[in-house]
Every structure is written in structure tokens, then in C-alpha cells.
Design a protein around this ligand. Structure first.
Ligand SMILES: *[C@@H]1O[C@H](CO)[C@@H](O)[C@H](O)[C@H]1NC(C)=O
Ligand SMILES: *[C@@H]1O[C@H](CO)[C@@H](O)[C@H](O)[C@H]1NC(C)=O
Ligand SMILES: *[C@@H]1O[C@H](CO)[C@@H](O)[C@H](O)[C@H]1NC(C)=O
Ligand SMILES: *[C@@H]1O[C@H](CO)[C@@H](O)[C@H](O)[C@H]1NC(C)=O
Length: 497
């Protein structure tokens, strides 16, 4: 089976050679240095299940999935992949795959049922202790995301990310995690994709609640998240780093963008989108403040809309100095490419994040007709944005904290997913070896099909298929698992293209 598929793919490679797009792919082995750490990534709410067991408290996703219609098909993470019960088996899957690292997140309310450190759930603490020990016993380095979207419902009721005390709660939580697990966890990620939680999710919540203050709430959320990040970075540096010798970063969503039309306006809109999505968070972490163009635009729009002050909050001098340089690496979650069209007008009467960004962003429906073409566009974009980050953010160490391919096909013959990795991995190699981008590691999203937030279980992204009708949540390897296993074992694409 595998052989047939490879011939087919090689046929496609040769086919594209005539266009010169991936001609080099068939001539080189793309061998990766040992210093690049390879693995897979998951997140607690998306796989663990056991939402109301062993002392776990209710988080916002428990609440949204049960008590609102945020997830339109009514699916929940109540059981998900049942990883809470099957973590030992999952570690064996990781071992077979031959990973160096496993990126996963801790469920805040499993450790702190009410979100605050006055009430520690020992069963939750033990669970992650056992998990980490199991990984280490199998020679897999844990990478822990402290916050992957599932904050406690009790803190949400206090205002969640829209109010500044959330910073203190998260710092106290992180302090506990470093003290409990920092002897074994050497790579920490404070936050996963603040843009998605502050804008994408906010827009869904706004859909449920029309009084939601759009164009203001997003920036308050981002502001508090950035402060939480830098405070945790300093906490680690001052209290733990000397002894634990770990590193700490933030994972940001970074897709690539192409102008919708070949006009100056749309080309400029691409830059704006990169700055208002990625720069919004990367600029403060690297330089200590929001991107100057964002500060100017939002201040001007806010004034025209009749606000006495900018809708984008300001950092104090002290906050700026604490933010600047608060990273050891920048995590990049990259999946796809988008088209960008300038809004062509300036300020709207009604404030919104989208209007502030000056562009609409969408997927070209034509790309979806042909996955090989679509994936080549993704890969071209991937290389472009890696060099863009290198150039604009002081050549940071980058960890590709997520990259993967979503379809809606539960088939085990996922030739489109294999083609995706065959196309993006040579780009990763070229970014390292030709563009001299500093890549620390790469974790595929994701080990197994999981709960994909508001899309429920429809998107399939796993190297393993999970049968969600089976109480055991049986995992079955897809062809892409075989591909990635070969790649991780030999650390090169020799014979895989
Ligand atoms: C690629 O790998 C194959 C098999 O490991 C080896 O025979 C060949 O010499 C390598 N080619 C290059 C260009 O490194
Ligand atoms: C936990 O939730 C499930 C639904 O997912 C429910 O059937 C069960 O009774 C709950 N258990 C407890 C202890 O509340
Ligand atoms: C898919 O796209 C490629 C590259 O644009 C093109 O050469 C090929 O003919 C397309 N295949 C199909 C089946 O449309
Ligand atoms: C799912 O994948 C299989 C195997 O590649 C393919 O034959 C089938 O057409 C796909 N189905 C859909 C709906 O894309």
C-alpha cells in the first residue's frame, strides 16, 4: 500500500518539477541536525476527557459546550480521546513514533478546581506527575503549555481575560507549576495563540451575546495576556531559572498571507494583517510595546469614533521594560495561507478589530479544489513568513509549536496529509540551511484526532484516527503516521519524497 502511494506521490513530484516548484525535493535528502527537536503537540481539553472526575473543576470549555450553543453540533470534550485514562498507552504511541519531545498542556482546573492556589487538587497534581515521569522514562522530553485556552469558569465569572486580576491568577498558577514540575519540565510555553482566544473566540462569543463590546474587548484580553506572559517570564527568571535551567516562550498563530489582487493596496494590507495578528503579540514581547502602526491607527480611529482614549490600552514604562525581551524562543503555529483584501475605506463608525486591521482575510475557494496546489501555496507562504519573522523580530529562536493538516476525511489513507508534510518539511530544511532561520524544534498538530474547539470533531488532524463511537476511543494509525515515523527515525526525507 505504502509503496503504491509513494509512487503516486513521486509521480506528482516529477509532474511539478516542470513548474520548478519542488524540483529540489527529489534530489536531496533534507537531513536535519540533531539540535532540531521533533515531536507532536496536543492540548488538555482537546484530548483528556474526564471533565468532571478526580476533583477537576469546571473550565470555560466545559461551560461553553454544555450551557451555550457555541459548538453548533453540540459536541463536548467530556470524554474526547479519553487520554486522562489512557496516557500510558499514548506515551507508547509517542515512543513508537520516535519523537524527541511531546508538547501538551495542563488543565488548569484539574490542578486548581476553582482556579486559585488556595485549593489544590492532589489527584490532578499526581496525574501530571505520573504523565511527566512516564514520558521521561520513555526518553521523551515534555514541553508544557501552561495555558491552552481552558481557563477556570470561576475566573471567567470574575471577568476572565478582560480584567487585570487574571494576570495575578495565572502567575500564581505558573509559580505552582514551576515548583511542582520544573525539576523535570525544561521547556515551558506560557500562552497558546492569544490572538485566537482574544479575537477568533471572542467573535463567536459576540455572536452569542450581541452586547459584547467589539473592538475594545479584544485588546483588553490581549493586554492582560501579554502582561501575564511577561510576569511569568520574570518569575521564572528570578525564582527558578538558575536551578531548573529551562527555557520559556510563547506560542503565536502565524499564517501566511497573499494579496488578493496585484494592487499596492492589497500588498500593504498583507503587512497590516501580519502586524495586527502576529505583531500585536510579538512586538511587545520582543521590543516592549505594541507595533507603532497599531498604536497610531487605533488611536486615530478611536478618536474619530468619539472615544476619549484609544481602544488599545497602554503599557506603563515598567510594563514595557518587563515585556521587552521576555522570551527564550517564539513558538509559531502555522497551518495555511490566506488571501488578503484591503477594506479600501478607512474608519467605520462601529469599532471592530477587523476594521482596525484594514483588511478582510479569507481562503481562496479555488484552492480547495486541488489539495496539491493548495499545499504548495501553504508551503511557499511558510517559507516567506519564517524569513519575515527573522528579519522583523531580531532573528529569534523559533519553535514550530504546531503545524498540521486538517481535512474532514476519517480515511486511513491520508495521502493529502502526507503530501502536506512532504511539501512543508523541505521548506523547514531550507529555512534552516539556506535562509539561516534559527529553528529549535517542530511539533506536529496532532497525535490523534481530537476535539477541535468550535468545530467539534469534524476536522480530522491526527496521525492516528480515533473512533469516537467506540467507548475505548481506539486509535488506528493513518498512513501519515508511517511517514512521520520514518522521518523522525532517520531525521531526513531520504526515500520519503
Ligand atoms: C541520500 O540518502 C541515501 C540513502 O540514505 C544515500 O544513499 C544518498 O547518498 C544520500 N544522498 C545525498 C545527496 O545525501
Ligand atoms: C460526569 O459527566 C457525565 C456526562 O459526561 C455524567 O454522565 C456523569 O454523571 C457525571 N459524573 C459526575 C460525578 O458528576
Ligand atoms: C492541481 O494543481 C496543479 C498545480 O496548480 C495542476 O498542475 C494540476 O493539474 C491540478 N490537478 C487537478 C486534478 O486539477
Ligand atoms: C478520503 O480519502 C480517501 C483516500 O485518500 C479518498 O479516496 C476519498 O475520496 C476521500 N474522501 C473525501 C470525502 O475527500
Amino acid at each position: 500500500m505504502i509503496r503504491c502511494r509513494r509512487y503516486l506521490i513521486c509521480f506528482l513530484c516529477l509532474f511539478f518539477t516542470s513548474e520548478g516548484t519542488i524540483s529540489a525535493a527529489v534530489e536531496q535528502n533534507f537531513t536535519f541536525d540533531k539540535s532540531v527537536l521533533f515531536g507532536v503537540a496536543t492540548a488538555a481539553y482537546q484530548i483528556e476527557g474526564s471533565w468532571n472526575e478526580s476533583g477537576k473543576g469546571v473550565n470555560v470549555w466545559d461551560y461553553y459546550t454544555h450551557d451555550t450553543n457555541l459548538v453548533s453540533d453540540g459536541s463536548t470534550g467530556d470524554i474526547a480521546c479519553d487520554s486522562y485514562n489512557q496516557y500510558k498507552e499514548d506515551v507508547q504511541l509517542l515512543k513508537k513514533l520516535g519523537v524527541d519531545v511531546y508538547r501538551f498542556s495542563f488543565s488548569w482546573t484539574r490542578i486548581l478546581p476553582t482556579g486559585q492556589v488556595n485549593n489544590i487538587n492532589q489527584e490532578g497534581v499526581d496525574y501530571y506527575n505520573n504523565y511527566i515521569n512516564e514520558l521521561i522514562a520513555n526518553d521523551i522530553k515534555p514541553i508544557v503549555t501552561i495555558y491552552h485556552w481552558d481557563h477556570p469558569r470561576s475566573l471567567d465569572l470574575l471577568g476572565g481575560w478582560f480584567q487585570p486580576n487574571m494576570v495575578d491568577y495565572m502567575v500564581q498558577y505558573a509559580d505552582l507549576l514551576f515548583s511542582l514540575y520544573g525539576d523535570r519540565v525544561k521547556t515551558w510555553i506560557t500562552l497558546n495563540e492569544p490572538h485566537s482566544i482574544c479575537v477568533v473566540l471572542s467573535s463567536y462569543i459576540a455572536g452569542l451575546n450581541p452586547t459584547y463590546p467589539k473592538g475594545t474587548a479584544e485588546y483588553m484580553c490581549g493586554h492582560n495576556m501579554l502582561k501575564a506572559h511577561s510576569e511569568i517570564w520574570h518569575l521564572y527568571k528570578d525564582k527558578y531559572r538558575r536551578k531548573q535551567k529551562g527555557t520559556l516562550g510563547i506560542a503565536l498563530s502565524l499564517q501566511s498571507y497573499f494579496p488578493a489582487t496585484d494592487t499596492e493596496e492589497d500588498r500593504k494590507a498583507v503587512d497590516k494583517v501580519l502586524i495586527t495578528r502576529f505583531g500585536w503579540f510579538a512586538h511587545p514581547v520582543v521590543y516592549g510595546n505594541y507595533p507603532p502602526s497599531m498604536i497610531d491607527t487605533i488611536a486615530r480611529y478611536s478618536a474619530e469614533q468619539g472615544f476619549p482614549q484609544s481602544r488599545l490600552p497602554r503599557f506603563t514604562w515598567r510594563e514595557r521594560s518587563r515585556l521587552a525581551g521576555s522570551y527564550d524562543f517564539i513558538g509559531v503555529n502555522n497551518y495555511i495561507s490566506f488571501l488578503v483584501q484591503s477594506l479600501g475605506k478607512e474608519v467605520d463608525k462601529t469599532p471592530s478589530y477587523e476594521n482596525d486591521g484594514g483588511a478582510t482575510v479569507y481562503e481562496d475557494p479555488d484552492w480547495n479544489k486541488n489539495y496539491t496546489q493548495k499545499i504548495q501555496i501553504y508551503a511557499t507562504g511558510f517559507r516567506k513568513i519564517l524569513t519575515w519573522v527573522k528579519k522583523n523580530y531580531k532573528n529569534p529562536k523559533i519553535f514550530i509549536t504546531e503545524q498540521g493538516y486538517a481535512n474532514q476525511n476519517s480515511s486511513l489513507n491520508d495521502e493529502d496529509r502526507i503530501y502536506y508534510f512532504q511539501t512543508v518539511l523541505p521548506v523547514l530544511w531550507k529555512a534552516i540551511n539556506e535562509d539561516k532561520v534559527k529553528i529549535a524544534g517542530y511539533t506536529v498538530w496532532t497525535l490523534m484526532d481530537d476535539f477541535e474547539w468550535v468545530s467539534g470533531y469534524k476536522p480530522k488532524m491526527g496521525l492516528y484516527r480515533v473512533d469516537f463511537d467506540d467507548p475505548k476511543r481506539t486509535r488506528t494509525p493513518r498512513d501519515s503516521l508511517g511517514f512521520m515515523t520514518d522521518f523522525y527515525r532517520q531525521r531526513s526525507l531520504a526515500g520519503l519524497l
